[in-house]
Design a protein around this ligand. Structure first.
Ligand code: AMP
Ligand code: MG
Length: 486
């Protein structure tokens, strides 16, 4: 286990030079204090968890200190925002501090979000507020605990620096970890500015650093794109299976690694609603829950366009064509497991679809349903769950079909329960729980958010004494309006 000063840097992206990023120093926050740290994320850097309590920790992650080998830089990218191309985006309030190489020889980007203005800040102040930093931290670490690929969060540092949003809030910084911060929008930027030499350098960097297995393919770029399609199909299947709404699926918020990236007004569904729009600013519902599937495909097409100088259109089209069938296969598989089914049946797609329709019309709590379905033997569980449905005839029919299906499974109820509880979380990151913890943190009390993080880091296990985190959300908690402002 290492101390902070023992981290080793190897800044591969910085070495690409000034066409790809601009050197910028973090702008420190006043009176920095540690709000939250993730021991699991610290372990990725081999850091001793006790380091979080050192004074230098909060200083490093509030922009007051820097490792001598760090090379803080703001990356340039562009992207399609709500379907419209924006030719110049980039890190407007975050800096890539450098890449740390851990003992397993993995590279981890250290990205400090909320580090002040950069050449890409446009009209923005370069800051992030405590509320949004906590939200990103909780989601990153929770998604990881659920087994959903994601960027990680090392810590949140709070401060007394005032930051103006709809009201005055306080500035914070989030230290984000990811093997890469390259987005679809990086490729789009060099493509649409006609810098094809740079585009080539970017692709070669990404291939060598993140897709080395593609280098031996006849066309490594084509192989890389196919891999990106495959990873995204699996990622979106996980989002849909667990009821995760991203909220701002712009192509600059899509990682080339197929990990969940750039948390804004995200939400996990409370009551099932296929049309749920979690982003208060998304008037047309472009990024509604069920639209996430076609939108991911759309974003992949935007990336494909940027790769046309290096890959035949036919080949790109062929890979894009894999997205939907791959998504469906992963999704069915995950949903079967959530239902406790270990074998596949061609009628499963209809069984799942029918259940979702019933949940939709009766506004049934989505994730809770699956946990409760595993709690008792199938027939008893169906009897208990029936009370949550309004369309009783519809649910009874579904229940009959489910029981017939469950009867073909081997094993005891104890085994079924263990199998289902391993994929159906008991603890959920609900908006209202995050909101309550944030309000306490804004008053200077970090205990609630630390406890929430600790509970959510083991979402499948029963944790005695933590029952209050398993309750259904209050009515107000289901209708919190989360905007893009962060
Ligand atoms: P996001 O909505 O966080 O994905 O950000 C979209 C773009 O706006 C990115 O280029 C961000 O860096 C930039 N941005 C967002 N908020 C700010 C801010 N407060 N100051 C400067 N740039 C920002
Ligand atoms: Mg973004």
């Amino acid at each position: 286990m290492k101390t902070l000063d023992a981290l080793k840097f190897d800044n591969r992206f910085a070495r690409l030079g000034d066409a790809f990023s601009t050197e910028v120093l973090p702008e420190p926050l006043d009176e920095p204090r540690l709000v939250l740290a993730s021991p699991a994320a610290m372990a990725l850097l081999d850091l001793d968890p006790a380091e979080a309590n050192s004074e230098v920790f909060a200083q490093l992650f509030a922009g007051h200190k820097l490792w001598s080998d760090a090379e803080p830089r703001a990356m340039v990218y562009s992207g399609h925002q709500f379907g419209v191309y924006n030719p110049r985006l980039g890190d407007g309030r975050g800096l890539l501090l450098g890449e740390v190489v851990n003992d397993a020889s993995e590279h981890w980007d250290l990205h400090l979000k909320g580090a002040g203005q950069t050449p890409y800040s446009r009209m923005g102040d370069g800051r992030a507020v405590l509320r949004s930093s906590i939200r990103e931290f909780l989601a990153s670490e929770y998604m990881h605990a659920l087994g959903i690929p994601t960027s990680r969060a090392l810590c949140v540092t709070g401060s007394s620096t005032p930051v103006w949003r709809e009201k005055q809030e306080s500035g914070a910084m989030l230290l984000r970890l990811a093997p890469s911060h390259v987005r679809f929008g990086h490729f789009e930027y060099f493509y649409y500015t006609n810098q094809h030499e740079r585009l080539k350098e970017l692709g070669e960097h990404v291939l060598a650093s993140h897709f080395p297995e593609c280098l031996s393919a006849e066309n490594p770029w084509a192989a890389m794109f196919r891999e990106i399609v495959e990873r995204n199909a699996e990622l979106i299947a996980r989002w849909q299976a667990y009821g995760f709404c991203h909220g701002v699926m712009n192509s600059d918020n899509m990682s080339i690694l197929g990990i969940t990236f750039d948390y804004g007004p995200y939400a996990f569904l409370d009551d099932f609603d296929a049309n749920h729009i979690c982003n208060h600013s998304d008037d047309s519902g472009r990024y509604s829950f069920s639209n996430q599937v076609p939108i991911a495909h759309w974003n992949l097409s935007a990336l494909a366009q940027a790769l046309t100088p290096f890959v035949e259109v036919e080949q790109l089209r062929e890979s894009l064509g894999l997205f939907l069938p791959l998504f469906q296969a992963h999704y069915q598989d995950l949903m079967r497991r959530r239902l406790g089914l270990t074998t596949a049946d061609e009628r499963d797609a209809a069984l799942i679809e029918r259940l979702l329709q019933l949940m939709q019309t009766s506004a049934v709590d989505y994730n809770l349903f699956f946990r409760r379905l595993g709690e008792q033997a199938p027939a008893d569980a169906i009897k208990t769950l029936r009370e949550d449905f309004v369309d009783l005839a519809g649910f009874d029919q579904w229940g009959q079909e489910y029981l017939a299906r469950a009867a073909s499974e081997q094993g005891t109820q104890t085994e079924r329960r263990a199998r289902m509880h391993a994929v159906n979380p008991r603890y959920l990151l609900r908006n209202y729980l995050a909101q309550q913890a944030i309000e306490a943190a804004e008053r200077g009390d970090y205990e609630p958010v630390r406890e929430l993080h600790a509970v959510l880091s083991r979402p499948f296990e029963d944790q005695p004494g933590m029952e209050r985190y398993t309750e259904r959300p209050p009515e107000w908690g289901k209708h919190l309006e989360i905007s893009c402002s962060s």
